[in-house]
Design a protein around this ligand. Structure first.
Ligand code: PGA
Length: 244
């Protein structure tokens, strides 16, 4: 069975004061048997966030171990700071930093090299969605960015339609079911044990729609942005996943 994962992506939000949100979330995480509760804070908070009772991930890494890359951070550094996971291929990285599938594959391998579990994001744009190209886009992203060797112990795939991120819009449950079944089949065909890889839905997940989304076949959890910043908003999402 794929693992259930409730992952929060704080993006470029949060200073020291936000650590209290993790302390508030910790008892909920402990009580949610069968769910891995993970928060990906900004890199500046990782070392202080680790050990507060919630699993901690990073939002990006460089492909190299070390070197002359001003402003970048390696997967080894993130692991050293206390991260157990790293997000790669988020659409904001693909768009704002022009990351290609090849870049995402290299960063994913860097995460593995450092012993991190990678949460690799894929998703279509609004234009591609309207043109009916979603599955073709996802097929290309999976083929180009998921390295050989991917399996349930080292990778999680997050399906995040770009048009659903931060917009309050979500696909219908039928659309999510179709896409997740497709991703499951593609991973199963391409990788040993690929069908056991956890699949997260991301894009405007909130307490009010979490139960409905987590009830969809092949949805093993969520990658949550805005609604992960406050423990009061994220806790019911974790609880909904535990109950699914
Ligand atoms: P959102 O972001 O929940 O704020 O839509 C999701 C994400 O980008 O991971």
């Amino acid at each position: 069975m794929p693992k259930k994962i409730a992952a929060g992506n704080w993006k470029m939000n949060g200073t020291s004061a936000a650590l209290t949100q993790l302390e508030a979330l910790a008892p909920v995480a402990a009580a949610s048997t069968g769910v891995l509760t993970l928060i990906c804070p900004p890199a500046s908070l990782i070392s202080r966030a680790a050990g507060l009772g919630v699993e901690i991930g990073a939002q990006d890494c460089h492909a190299a171990v070390s070197g002359a890359h001003t402003g970048d951070i390696s997967a080894e550094m993130l692991a050293d700071a206390g991260a157990s996971h790293v997000i790669t291929g988020h659409s904001e990285r693909r768009q704002d930093h022009h990351e290609t599938d090849a870049d995402v594959a290299a960063k994913t391998q860097a995460g593995w090299r450092a012993g991190l579990t990678v949460i690799l994001c894929i998703g279509e744009s609004e234009e591609q969605y309207r043109a009916g190209q979603t599955l073709d886009v996802l097929r290309g992203q999976l083929a180009g960015s998921v390295p050989q060797g991917a399996g349930p112990d080292n990778i999680v795939i997050a399906y995040e339609p770009i048009w659903a991120i931060g917009t309050g819009l979500t696909p219908t449950v039928e659309e999510i079911a179709k896409v997740h079944a497709f991703i499951r089949a593609e991973l199963g065909a391409a990788h040993t044990e690929g069908a056991e890889i956890s699949l997260l839905y991301g894009g405007s997940v909130k307490a009010s729609n979490a139960a409905e989304i987590f009830a969809v076949a092949d949805v093993d959890g969520g990658l949550v942005g805005g609604a992960s910043l406050a423990a009061a908003d994220f806790a019911p999402i974790v609880t909904a996943l535990a109950a699914s």
